[in-house]
Design a protein around this ligand. Structure first.
Ligand code: GLA
Length: 422
């Protein structure tokens, strides 16, 4: 089927799905932020027919010998109903969601229609899993082995299990959202920081506990782990650009803390949990990242790089952002876009149109990379709708606050009427 026809089929199905969904579920929802209703009908002139049949995705593709690129042609079935289905022969599409979003009935169908992977927005971060009271009360037995508790991520896990979705484990070692007490002698806010040796033991036990909890109770659920988040930051870093400011991992373990995290993660993770280093601003620091991670890479401790991708309309997604992608892939990493959102400073029709083009180009580049044989293995949006975003004032996501698909959504779906230029 020609791509433009496929696209129109998708739109027809989407229109029906979203209209009926909206009619059933959102009659009492708040007024949309957008002053102009989001266009629902695409009056596009079809673009030329693509020529290439997609490569089957069951067999892993080689990462080091890219083939010449050609026009991407996602194979779409007639019953296609959204993003994940559209890209299913290329890579899965995920979404970040908080515990309350996951539990809310109004978001459920939209999640199921568009995504096959979930990243808990906060519920698998160290401050959600580490248990202060149990660690403190258990001393001295807990001195090198802090207590953990998984209650806060149970909703997200259940949602994934019930709906056959996979989950990203975000994140094990990070300077932020990790309680200060975890690093002190007596597990209190005021205690003295422990030695490198003790903190390495705590790090190992924490990583082991988290990985074993998921592998034992939910084998196969976790497709990737952000083993370490945001360790490289020259503005807040040491002379080598390793994050130092407000970083108790650096203070206790030292500048190799991120490397140690990969040593322990590899020791305990089953093969199906891919080990990722995740960071923001990759366009400006990809060379440094590759350098810092070289040892872990050579030793087989790391599988991939997660590009957070909190972008703005001023970012050229075909510029240094694309060069960063290419550099990671050519260095032999698996690549995942892990926290995608593209913000705008003010809500205007022009900005909505530009945002749609950016989303289109970004996804189109990923399709080309896949067709070139590179290992792009997942794309995750950092939220469902603009009201749920941590950057809600920037309207960065694919659905507006009334859950209507924005032009950006159609851009992400390669709508032929949206130009593939930024
Ligand atoms: C970073 C983190 C995410 C999230 C965002 C802000 O990108 O990796 O977990 O906290 O900041 O919401």
């Amino acid at each position: 089927m020609r791509t433009e026809n496929k696209f129109l089929t998708i739109l027809a199905v989407l229109s029906l799905t979203v209209s009926s969904f909206g009619a059933c579920s959102f009659t009492t929802s708040s007024k949309p932020v957008e002053s102009t209703p989001t266009p629902r009908i695409i009056t596009a002139t079809p673009t030329p027919k693509p020529t290439k049949t997609p490569t089957p995705t069951n067999t892993p593709k080689p990462t080091n010998t890219p083939k010449p690129t050609s026009t991407p042609t996602p194979e779409v079935k007639m019953d296609v109903s959204g993003l994940a289905e559209y890209y299913k022969d290329y890579f899965p599409i995920g979404v970040a969601a908080s515990a309350s979003t996951i539990s809310a009935v109004r978001y459920k169908q939209l999640i199921l229609d568009n995504f096959t992977q979930i990243t808990p927005e906060n519920e698998t971060k160290p401050d959600a899993i580490l248990s202060a009271d149990a660690s403190r009360n258990g001393l001295p037995g807990t001195y090198t082995h802090a207590a953990v508790n998984f209650d806060r991520c149970k909703n997200a896990v259940k949602f994934c299990v019930d709906n056959g979705m996979q989950m990203r484990l975000h994140t094990l070692v990070w300077h932020s959202q990790t309680p200060y007490w975890f690093f002190t002698e007596d597990y209190t806010r005021n205690g003295k920081l422990v030695s490198r040796e003790v903190m390495l033991q705590r790090m190992e036990n924490y990583i082991k506990d988290v990985i074993e909890y998921f592998d034992t109770n939910y084998p196969g659920l976790i497709y990737a782990i952000d083993v370490c988040n945001e360790a490289f930051d020259s503005g807040n870093g040491d002379e080598n650009g390793i994050r130092k400011v407000d970083n108790q991992w650096y203070e206790t373990v030292g500048p190799d803390y991120y490397y140690q995290a990969f040593v322990f993660a590899r020791k305990y993770a089953p093969d199906y949990m891919k080990l990722f280093y995740n960071d923001y601003g990759c366009s400006g620091k990809y060379t440094q990242m590759i350098k810092h991670l070289a040892q872990a890479k050579e030793e087989g401790l790391i599988d991939g790089i997660g590009m957070q991708s909190h972008l703005s309309l001023s970012d050229r997604v075909s510029g240094s952002y694309y060069l960063a992608m290419k550099a990671f892939l050519e260095a032999g990493y698996e690549l995942q876009v892990t926290e995608l959102d593209i913000g705008m400073d003010s809500l205007t029709d022009n900005n909505l149109a530009l945002q749609a083009r950016k989303y289109k180009v970004l996804f189109n580049n990923l399709l080309k990379l896949k067709d070139g044989g590179y290992n792009v293995s997942s794309v995750t949006l950092w939220g469902i709708s603009d009201n749920l975003s941590w950057r809600s004032g920037k309207y960065p996501l694919l659905f507006d606050r009334s859950l209507n698909p924005k032009k950006a959504y159609y851009g992400a779906l390669q709508d032929p009427s949206i130009p593939t230029i930024e």
